[in-house]
Design a binder for this molecule. Sequence first.
Ligand SMILES: Nc1nc(=O)c2c([nH]1)NC[C@@H]1CN(c3ccc(C(=O)N[C@@H](CCC(=O)O)C(=O)O)cc3)C=[N+]21
Length: 303
Amino acid sequence: MAARIIDGKAEAARLRAAVRDEAAAFTTRHGLAPGLRVIIVGDDPASRAYVRTKTRMAAEAGIAGELIELPETSTTVELLSRIERLNDDPATHGILVQLPLPAHMDAEAVLRAIDPGKDVDGFHPLNVGRLFSAGRSLPEDLLVPCTPWGCLHLLRTTLGSDGLAGCHAVVIGRSNIVGKPMAALLLGADCTVTVAHSRTRDLPELCRRADILVAAIGRAEMVRGDWIKPGAVVIDVGINRVATGDGGSRLVGDVAFAEAIRVADAITPVPGGVGPVTVACLLRNTLIAAQASTRRTGSPAPR
Ligand SMILES: Nc1nc(=O)c2c([nH]1)NC[C@@H]1CN(c3ccc(C(=O)N[C@@H](CCC(=O)O)C(=O)O)cc3)C=[N+]21
């Protein structure tokens, strides 16, 4: 039987609707909408189009999103001073610096400069440390990286909230953005976790032992159908643009979808899987940051 296709678009719409309700309540109570600032450096057209989607989705959810576009030639110091101003701005609850930054910039210094309470990507070392030292329940105010949080959410909706316990989860990819935080979240959900990477020996054989397979490699359709354990749940984080015969292009994941769907129990498509849930999580993190800021300082803008 063909696998269930996990509907990331529908799940993202549900998440955004919940954010919209709470954002409206926040705005009524505080006279100020949750505010998100997205900074993009350079003029890569794909990245620019993509961050515009984020700010549009924010507006639809009642979050005041603003896009800050800086030239490719900006210096690290200029970006840092921009971030400091946003750190001090009470109308800014969430700050996201689109990655990758131009090679001449010090990305680590930039991520460290963001106020951890406004770090809606969850990439600041303080938030990374809190995630890795969390137990089986996460602190309510913790800002968790959006993509792995979205993957966990999709796994919970597919397997049920207790359905992950005891599963062997294999994560392919060890990035700070996906692989490592994904492993921390799966451990917290009582999975037995293996993190694989480019130096892993006999990757297909390891994957065949996974009840949950998370592919975050960045190589189009690398995971084949015969790498998948029958009945496994497959989460495909890859977003790769590949050329089609007619001179156009299309998006594919890191998993050969047409093969995998014959073996797996459930699988996320690309597009329409992890991507939309990632954006919904960004909005959710902005709301969490806004709510936490009022607990720290009282009302952000008393009327
Ligand atoms: N600081 C930072 N935080 C990020 O979260 C971040 C980043 N930098 N840099 C780039 C990557 C990439 N990323 C995506 C999220 C959603 C879709 C998404 O919604 N994709 C749609 C398709 C979009 C299309 O059609 O082109 C889908 O999968 O259905 C894509 C890509 C977040 N990133």
